[in-house]
Design a protein around this ligand. Sequence first.
Ligand SMILES: Cc1cc2nc3c(=O)[nH]c(=O)nc-3n(C[C@H](O)[C@H](O)[C@H](O)COP(=O)(O)OP(=O)(O)OC[C@H]3O[C@@H](n4cnc5c(N)ncnc54)[C@H](O)[C@@H]3O)c2cc1C
Length: 381
Amino acid sequence: MDFTFTDDEDAYRHELRRFATKVLAPHYQSDDKAAKLRPQLVADLASMGLTGLRIPERHGGQEASAVVAGMAAEEVARGDFNASYFIIVNALVSDILTRNATEEQQAAWLPPIASGEVVPAFCITEPGHGTDAAKLEMKAEPDGDGWRLTGEKTSITLGMSADVALVLARTGGPGARGVSAFWVELDDAYVSRATFDDLGSRAIGRASLHFDGLPVPKDALVGGEGQGFVSVMQGFDYSRAIIGLACLGAAQVSLDEALQWSRDREAFGSPIGTFQGVAFPLAEQATYLCGARHICYEALWRKDNDVEHSTEAAMAKFWAPKLAAETIHQCLLTFGHLGYSSESPVGQRLRDVIGLEIGDGTAQVSKLVIARNLLGRAYAP
Ligand SMILES: Cc1cc2nc3c(=O)[nH]c(=O)nc-3n(C[C@H](O)[C@H](O)[C@H](O)COP(=O)(O)OP(=O)(O)OC[C@H]3O[C@@H](n4cnc5c(N)ncnc54)[C@H](O)[C@@H]3O)c2cc1C
C-alpha cells in the first residue's frame, strides 16, 4: 500500500493549487454572472497543459496518468469548479479517440484539443433518451461517400461554445450495436443550437443541438460501424472518478474555509468551532470526503494499472457528487447569513456540483452498474 503521490506529482499538485487560487478563483463568480465562456479561461488552462492531459505527447498532450488527471480536476475545482469541465470532457473525448480513432484521425483531431484551439463536446443524450441512452434515435444515413446526421442532441455541456463534438448516431438496427460515433465540426449551417437557462455551471452552459441533415465525410466515423456505444461506455469507466474528484475539490475547499471560519467567528464569547454542534458535522464531512477520495483515486490507480475498475468508478460517480453537495450545504450553514449571500462562493459551488449528480449519468445508473458487478447481470438487468 502506498497512499502518497510521487515527488513530480506532488510538485504539479502544488503548482496547480497556486494556479487555481491565483488565476482561476478570481473569475469563478464573475464568470457565473456573465453566464458565458471566457476565452481566456481556455487559454489559461491550455497554458498549464490541462486541456491535453490524456492526449499522447506525440499529439501535443501531456500523456498524463489517470491519477494525475483526477488530481488536476480536484485542484482546479478548488479554484473554479467549472474549469474542471475542460479536464473531464477533454479526458473523456481524447481517451475515446486514442483508443478508437486511426493514427491519421488522431493526428488531425487531438493537437488542436491539446492546445486549447478547439473546444470539444460530447453528444449522446437526446430529448427522449438519457439514462436509456442505447435507444438513441439520431440517424446517420449513408450519403454518397459519407453520411448525413439528422436528429437532436440535448443537455450538451459546452454546447454553445464547442467547435467539434463526438456524436453518437444510429447507423444500424435497434440497441447499442446499431450505434456509431462520429467526429463532427459544429460550426455549420446544418447545426443549430439553443441554450439552457441553468441553475449552475452557467459559464460552461448546456445546449440542445439540432442536426438538420448535416453532411459528414466518410472519415468522420470513429472506430467501426456499430461500435460507437461500446467504445464510449468504455471511456466513461474512469472519467466518472475524475468527475468525483472535481466535486470533492469543490467540497474540500468549502470545508477548509468553514474550518477557518469556525476558528475566527465568535458567538456566546467563544469561537464557534468550540461548539460540538459546529465542529462535529464538519468532522463527519471530513471523514466522508476522505473515504470518497480514496475510492476515486483507487478507480484511477486501477485504470492506470490495467486492473478492473468499473465498480470503483461507479461508486465514485454516485457517492462523490452527492457527498460534495451535502458537505457544501453543511459549510454554507456554518457561515450563517454570510453563506447565503451571493458574495460567498459557497452557494455557487452547491448549485454547480448538483449538476454532476445528473450529468454523465445519475446515481441510479451507477448503482445499477455496482449491483450488476456484485450480483450478476441476471439480478440487475
Ligand atoms: C450538468 C449536466 C451536464 C450534462 N452534460 C452532458 C453532455 O455533455 N453530453 C450528453 O450527452 N449529456 C449530458 N448531460 C445529460 C445527462 O447525461 C442526462 O441528463 C442523464 O444521463 C440522465 O438522463 P435524463 O436527464 O434523460 O433522465 P432520465 O433518464 O429521464 O431519468 C429521470 C430520472 O429517472 C431515474 N431513472 C431512469 N432510469 C432508471 C432506472 N432504470 N432505475 C432507477 N432510476 C432510473 C434517473 O435516475 C432520474 O432520476 C448532462 C446533464 C447535466 C445535468
